[in-house]
Write a protein that binds this ligand. Structure first.
Ligand SMILES: [Zn+2]
Ligand SMILES: [Zn+2]
Length: 321
């Protein structure tokens, strides 16, 4: 099969031929129809995440057609493969439904090969059926940008006014879900990013401005999608007592020191790590009902992957060759 391979961090992906993967018992063999590009993929390429399997096929927002089925899925069905590729099922996290924290978890496109290839294999138990109303490329961003965003929204409490810092792939999905739930969304973008702010307003955001600006109302919760530690004190400053600030990214620059007063009033700062299968099942049931529409830019693989760096803020799908 043709595949895009990462040989070492800080190097461009290489288009090459690899032997076709052979599914193990319990795994599906998939023909990849589209694979979304996630900010995490860029963190792996940039060496921010330090233990990828190498060489590695990246990509953990995989929409594939089942070639060899098993379990719940027959040949010809369309399935999604997310970041969470396997968990042990017996550790203290797994047994209480916190499989996202499993120490032995294997992640797609990091510990095992992902979807930047013509074929992929995936553990059937961690795959999701793709809602019929979505095209392949439109479904791909739901599988990580959507799932992590949805988990972050769920863990933000039940806010009436929620801030989204960094309005990219995740936020553009979460914004639509939050608005459909009757929440007011306040979007923070890079200073002066008027296009991003207009995009947020077009998706129902009540207000959009620079991340450093104070929103017109105090926030009851905020989700930080941008990998920028300085946004934590900024979000605390913009939040009401009792607010939860959720950090949704897998990597973030250091958080600058800030006065305790910003945290006082039972404000909380927490991270969200990975996803559980429950998050996936819930989002993929909710998304078609909203209905969430994803903005994608389709890039045929084989183009230089470095191009993606410049487009990291939007949701993508890489179509199969
Ligand atoms: Zn476990
Ligand atoms: Zn991701």
């Amino acid at each position: 099969m043709r595949a895009l391979v990462l040989d070492a961090s800080h190097t461009p992906l290489r288009v090459t031929e690899l032997p076709d993967p052979v599914p193990e018992p319990g795994q599906l063999l998939l023909r990849v129809r589209a694979c979304g590009v996630c900010r995490t993929d860029l963190h792996v390429v940039d060496g921010d995440l330090v233990r990828p399997k190498l060489p590695l096929v990246l990509g953990h927002q995989v929409v594939g057609e089942v070639v060899e089925g098993g379990g719940r899925f027959a040949a010809g069905e369309r399935v999604g493969v997310p970041w969470l590729g396997w968990t042990c099922g017996v550790c203290r996290f797994c047994v209480v439904g916190a499989e996202n924290l499993c120490d032995r978890a294997r992640f797609t496109g990091y510990d095992v090969d992902g979807g930047y290839a013509e074929l992929a294999v995936a553990d059937e138990r961690f795959c999701f059926p793709i809602p019929e109303s979505y095209g392949d490329e439109q479904a791909a961003p739901l599988l990580c940008a959507g799932l992590i965003g949805y988990r972050s929204l769920r863990l933000s409490g039940d806010p009436e006014r929620i801030g989204l810092y960094g309005f990219g792939a995740s936020a553009h999905i979460v914004c639509q879900v939050a608005v459909a739930q009757g929440r007011q969304v306040y979007a923070g973008t890079r200073a002066g990013d008027e296009e991003g702010q207009a995009f947020a307003r077009s998706l129902g955001a009540e207000w959009a401005g620079g991340s450093g600006e104070a929103p017109p109302e105090l926030l009851e919760a905020a989700i930080i999608f941008a990998p920028v530690g300085a946004l934590i004190p900024a979000a605390l400053r913009a939040s009401a007592k009792g607010a939860t600030i959720v950090c949704a990214g897998i990597h973030m620059s250091d958080i600058p020191a800030f006065p305790y007063e910003l945290l006082w009033g039972e404000r909380a700062v927490r991270s969200v790590a990975n996803l559980t299968r429950r998050d996936g099942e819930e989002l993929l049931a909710v998304a078609p009902r909203v209905p969430v529409r994803t903005e994608v830019l389709t890039i045929r693989c084989g183009r230089r992957i470095r191009r993606l760096q410049s487009c990291a803020a939007v949701a993508f799908a890489v179509q199969r060759c």
